[in-house]
Design a protein around this ligand. Structure first.
Ligand SMILES: Cc1cc2nc3c(=O)[nH]c(=O)nc-3n(C[C@H](O)[C@H](O)[C@H](O)COP(=O)(O)OP(=O)(O)OC[C@H]3O[C@@H](n4cnc5c(N)ncnc54)[C@H](O)[C@@H]3O)c2cc1C
Length: 303
């Protein structure tokens, strides 16, 4: 379907796992759909994606490409490569403008726009992100099980996270990158599990093609390491839902109900931007729900 057409039943912003799943559900309901995608999924740098049934170990791109090929078969679904920059409410729907000034209209809007991780200012970290600097044991813990592993965190968070990671390796050190804020009871418990605490300031991650070799400290010493867990703070990848007035949660996710409906009538959200269960499986599941919910509303309204 060509994007010469400017009016759609639904526009999906974000064409990664959640957006493609929503597009498939709408396409199968014979709805006219446009998927606008700027091509920057969160897991782009990860060599292999895990824990998604039938695709375990495939590349992130491999999974997305297969998904897109399957959605492309539905002739009422169109794709637009680019960045949606604004959305406004119009009579009976919404108008979307891209950064190049192209305009589209739709009755329903679905945001499948993901989140953006905020990187620490430690040289070498960005290169290792998703390769050996990781955020989630369910995505990558199995691959680095029983290896020399670190956690870059402090205080309560570091304590709670270390309980989890100790399941995958017994060679575990918490790097607080400055004075520890763990309290005495926590330190005692960590020691009893042989979990070390290092308070030295980190100068950089020594790495080769994203694989950490050592953590280097400002005092000139080094710790050899295979994997570094580092849960990251995040922001929404796309500011449009907020500008439209969609409510967000205290944690910074777009607030949705069980049908992936946001607080704005006709606007849906799915995938990473809506909840902390950050997996490809969950993005696909919530995307499917959003697509079914939006199509059902359209079917009833168009009857
Ligand atoms: C380093 C790393 C490794 C991971 N490894 C795994 C793993 O092994 N297994 C697993 O299950 N999960 C893994 N995840 C989680 C997984 O990547 C996410 O849960 C999944 O990508 C979420 O899909 P999504 O469609 O919601 O968002 P994303 O995949 O992040 O896609 C969002 C899309 O929206 C687009 N977009 C955003 N704003 C706009 C706009 N204004 N206009 C147009 N397009 C826009 C972006 O360009 C992007 O293509 C990992 C995550 C990270 C960060």
């Amino acid at each position: 379907m060509s994007t010469n057409n400017k009016k759609f039943d639904a526009i999906i912003i974000g064409g990664s796992y959640a957006g493609l799943a929503a597009g498939m559900a709408l396409g199968r309901a014979l709805k006219m759909v446009l998927i606008i995608d700027s091509g920057k999924p969160a897991n782009a740098q990860t060599p292999h994606s895990h824990n998604f049934l039938t695709q375990d170990g495939n590349t992130p791109k491999g999974i997305a490409t297969l998904g897109k090929q399957q959605v492309e078969k539905y002739k009422t679904v169109s794709f637009y490569n680019g960045l949606a920059s604004t959305a406004s409410k119009i009579e009976n729907g919404f108008e979307i403008t891209t950064d190049t000034g192209v305009m589209f209209e739709a009755t329903k809007l679905i945001f499948a726009t993901g989140i953006k991780d905020i990187m620490p200012k430690i040289p070498g970290f960005v290169e290792c992100w998703g390769i050996s600097a990781i955020h989630c044991p369910y995505c990558h813990g199995y691959e680095v099980r029983n290896t020399k592993t670190g956690i870059l965190a402090n205080g309560e968070y570091a304590y709670e996270f270390s309980k989890m990671i100790a399941n995958w390796t017994k060679d575990l050190t918490i790097y607080t990158n400055g004075k520890s804020t763990l309290h005495a009871e926590q330190v005692k418990k960590l020691k009893s599990h042989n979990i070390q605490i290092v308070e030295k300031e980190i100068k950089k991650l020594d790495q080769i093609e994203g694989y950490i070799q050592n953590l280097e400290f400002t005092d000139g010493t080094k710790s050899p390491l295979t994997a570094l867990y580092s849960p990251r703070p995040f922001i929404q990848h796309c500011a449009i839902p907020e500008s439209l007035g969609c409510e967000t949660t205290e944690e910074g996710y777009i607030r949705v109900n069980g049908f992936q409906e946001t607080s704005i009538d006709g606007v849906y959200a799915c995938g990473d931007n809506t909840n902390r269960m950050r997996t490809v499986a969950n993005a696909v599941a919530t995307g499917t729900t959003a697509g079914i919910s939006a199509s059902k509303k359209l079917i009833v309204e168009q009857f």
